[in-house]
Write a protein that binds this ligand. Structure first.
Ligand SMILES: *Cc1c(COP(=O)(O)O)cnc(C)c1O
Length: 232
């Protein structure tokens, strides 16, 4: 099988999974955007995906993402930054990312604002919320209790648009339970931020649970592209 055939088959399978999960929960498949996570895969794979109709791609490391976005600038894709973000890289990330999904602390907002302003284009922001217990080691994401304060900081930044929330299901917990918690956090959040309707949740292993819990975006890598080169 050629790489193009492999990628097409993976994409077809995942699109089918999203469609079934939507059918089962009475949702319109057009309301769920597939973000293909291309981290560790070459720009040539991004081109194959674009040929197959993918419009949204996700990356989690700044240096890799900035290079790939430049190589693929002609494709007009929407680039999602989904990785842990250092505050000294925030401005640089906002110079190519269209959506920054991993905003989990106030310290990132100034840099993102500066990068977006210099680029002369608004950048969409999702707040990454932690579904881990507060004492969990290596916890990524903001505490649910701090979301309102973080949201206000983003709303005050003139070149950032608060679009919603992002989360990753904790390892070792049933994702359905974690995403049920997420749905309730989102319910409260959108009550005070009615424009922030995006919910990015679900990966290769748990996209069905995420769709059932109301995800508007799923971030899927290995189920489409295969094992990442580093994990092979
Ligand atoms: C890598 C990554 C994904 C995709 O993971 P797969 O299991 O390969 O689908 C999704 N979200 C985030 C935040 C990631 O870092």
């Amino acid at each position: 099988m050629s790489r193009a055939e492999e990628v097409a088959a993976g994409l077809e399978r995942v699109r089918g999974r999203i469609a079934s999960a939507c059918r089962e929960s009475g949702r319109d498949p057009d309301d769920v955007t597939l973000v293909v996570v291309t981290k560790f895969f070459p720009a040539s794979d991004v081109r194959l995906l674009a040929d197959l109709g993918v419009r949204d791609v996700g990356e989690n490391r700044h240096q890799e993402a900035v290079d790939k976005a430049a190589e693929c600038a002609d494709l007009g894709l929407t680039w999602h930054f989904i990785g842990g973000l250092q505050s000294n890289k925030a401005a640089a990330v906002a110079s190519y990312a269209d959506v920054v999904e991993s905003v989990d602390r106030r310290k990132l907002v100034n840099g993102l604002q500066r990068g977006a302003h210099e680029r002369g284009r608004d950048v969409d922001v999702l707040l990454q919320v932690s579904l881990d217990p507060p004492e969990a080691a290596g916890r990524a994401g903001a505490d649910p209790a701090s979301l309102d304060e973080l949201a206000e900081a983003v709303e005050e930044a003139g070149s950032l648009r608060l679009r919603g929330l992002m989360a990753v299901a904790p390892l070792g917990e049933d994702p359905a339970e974690a995403f049920a918690r997420l749905a309730s956090i989102r319910g409260e959040f959108t009550a005070s931020h009615p424009g922030a309707t995006v919910l990015s949740a679900g990966m290769s292993g748990d996209l069905e649970e995420a769709v059932r819990a109301g995800a508007t975006h799923v971030r899927v890598g290995s189920a489409i592209l295969g094992p990442r080169p580093q994990d092979k």
